[in-house]
Design a protein around this ligand. Structure first.
Ligand SMILES: Nc1ncnc2c1ncn2[C@@H]1O[C@H](COP(=O)(O)OP(=O)(O)O)[C@@H](O)[C@H]1O
Ligand SMILES: [Mg+2]
Length: 447
């Protein structure tokens, strides 16, 4: 076996190899040998347990290819057969190591109903919590000699920062999560003697990074700025106890339409001072347009007078091939379909940067100290997604596309309202793109 598997694990990698918890994360600094360890561990498992089914995922295909497929092809040449159509390594003992990626939110659903005794998420912080939760459901087996396990490698930052930090660093658990199921092994670049010797410049590059990036990438510090688009969002300030909304307050709705992607509808009320309260949320996937319309009307109580409903402007496009995803007939727009079901829509202002800046205005405190926007605890997707929104890698004033359907709906809603106050100073992106390492760092903080 040693013949083709060259290299010895360093002490941290050994710890990773020996861990037996249900969820095992190896994370922190860059270059510590996390990817190497994940790859090697999976090969060892495949060889040790006949007919083992293993799934190794990375967020995008190019990353997957470079980081794993190519190295594995080299390491396993003559040992396991690679089927490039299925992207799977087949071992002589029947074990299968499948390599996949989850570029869009829906990509995870291709694993629906599948069974993998071992699932690995490479750069787990690039996965959303939803994706991770879904993949956990594929992590099962009926065999007696092996209990299912999930492996994660991770660096601080990116969309998954929050859930990785909660589970493995802060160790705060919710119902159904058992602390003993989660193990974290910290990675340090200084553990990786091979890299230190072969590329001493790499550490120097990391040391030369701006303070916050250095802390994240060299020290593996999880408490640095997380690249959050709305760091000002806080549950304490923005989520309030529900109250009876006075009948005379103005109410309106906003909708981010989606069929394959989630569809989010929010209900808002405005008090005498112009403060906006989001008091209800509908968040559904794969629901036809006529069903969504019926559901929205059903949820709106009879005594609620809704002034208007703003919705994604693309709902005014004529549809053809997309018909199957929304119901209705050819040539009809989704907006017309909604109207025919009794729900008239108004196109939302979809200027992204102005819209996010409007959201920021409303998140800020009014002179009385309370934020200009608050929501009820039932808006669970909105509450979860707002803090997860990340700065766009290319356009630092914009938020990155991602799992942001509830914040989009909020943005549409608030764009239909006047400015809350003089525009607050735009918070400059402290975000960064972990993928760009080890590229020169000069551009990251320049504006
Ligand atoms: N135990 C080891 N033996 C030989 N090479 C290793 C070992 N661990 C890591 N490496 C090499 O060090 C480099 C960085 O490791 P990698 O796993 O990519 O780090 P990380 O994923 O933590 O950023 C890679 O070239 C990798 O092949
Ligand atoms: Mg890596």
């Amino acid at each position: 076996m040693k013949l083709f598997l060259r290299g010895e694990p360093n002490p941290r990698q050994r710890e990773f190899f020996l861990a037996r918890a249900r969820h095992i994360a190896y994370g922190g600094a860059r270059g510590g040998g996390k990817s190497w360890a994940m790859r090697r561990k999976f090969v060892l498992l495949a060889l040790r347990y006949p007919n083992l089914r293993i799934l190794l995922l990375r967020r995008t295909l190019p990353e997957l290819r470079e980081n794993h497929i190519v190295p594995l092809q080299q390491e396993l040449y003559g040992v396991a057969r690679y089927n490039s159509t299925e992207r799977v390594f087949l071992f002589p003992n029947g074990s299968r190591l499948k390599l996949g990626y989850c570029d869009t939110a829906q990509d995870v659903y291709q694993y629906q109903g599948q069974e993998y005794a071992v699932v690995g998420l490479e750069e787990a912080t690039h996965f959303t919590e939803e994706q991770m939760r879904f993949l956990t459901t594929c992590n099962r087996t009926t065999r007696k000699d092996f209990s299912p396990r999930m492996y994660y490698t991770c660096n601080p930052g990116n969309v998954g920062h929050a859930w990785v930090k909660r589970l493995f660093i802060d160790r705060q658990y919710t119902e159904g999560e058992r602390p003993e199921d989660y193990v974290f092994i910290p990675a340090r670049i200084y553990d990786n003697k091979v890299l230190l010797e072969s590329d001493p410049g790499y550490v120097r590059q990391l040391m030369a990074l701006p303070e916050e990036l250095r802390r994240a990438h060299l020290d593996g510090d999880w408490d640095v700025h997380e690249g959050q688009y709305f760091p000002e969002f806080s549950r304490e300030k923005h989520v309030i106890e529900p109250f009876e909304i006075p009948a005379h307050w103005r109410r309106f709705r906003s909708m981010d339409w989606g069929y394959n992607d989630p569809c989010c509808v929010l209900w808002h009320a405005v008090d005498g001072e112009g403060r906006v309260y989001t008091y209800r949320e509908l968040y559904v996937r794969l629901m036809r347009a006529d069903e969504v319309a019926a559901k929205v009307l059903e949820l709106s109580r009879d005594d609620e007078r809704i002034a208007y409903t703003v919705a994604s402007p693309d709902m005014w496009q004529k549809r053809g091939a997309l018909l199957s995803s929304g119901g209705g007939f050819e040539g009809e727009t989704l907006a017309e379909l909604f109207a025919s079901k009794g729900l008239a829509l108004t196109p939302a202002d979809n200027s992204r940067i102005a819209g996010w800046s409007r959201v920021r205005e409303y998140l800020a405190a009014a002179p009385d100290g309370r934020p200009r926007w608050q929501c009820f605890p039932c808006c669970t997707n909105l509450i979860r997604q707002l803090p997860l929104l990340q700065f766009d890698r290319l356009d630092r004033e914009d938020a990155a596309d991602g799992n942001d359907h509830a914040p989009e709906a909020l943005r549409y809603g608030l764009m239909s309202r006047p400015h809350a106050a003089p525009e607050p100073k735009l918070i400059r992106a402290k975000a960064y793109d972990p993928l760009s390492l080890p590229e020169p760092s000069g551009g990251w903080f320049s504006s």
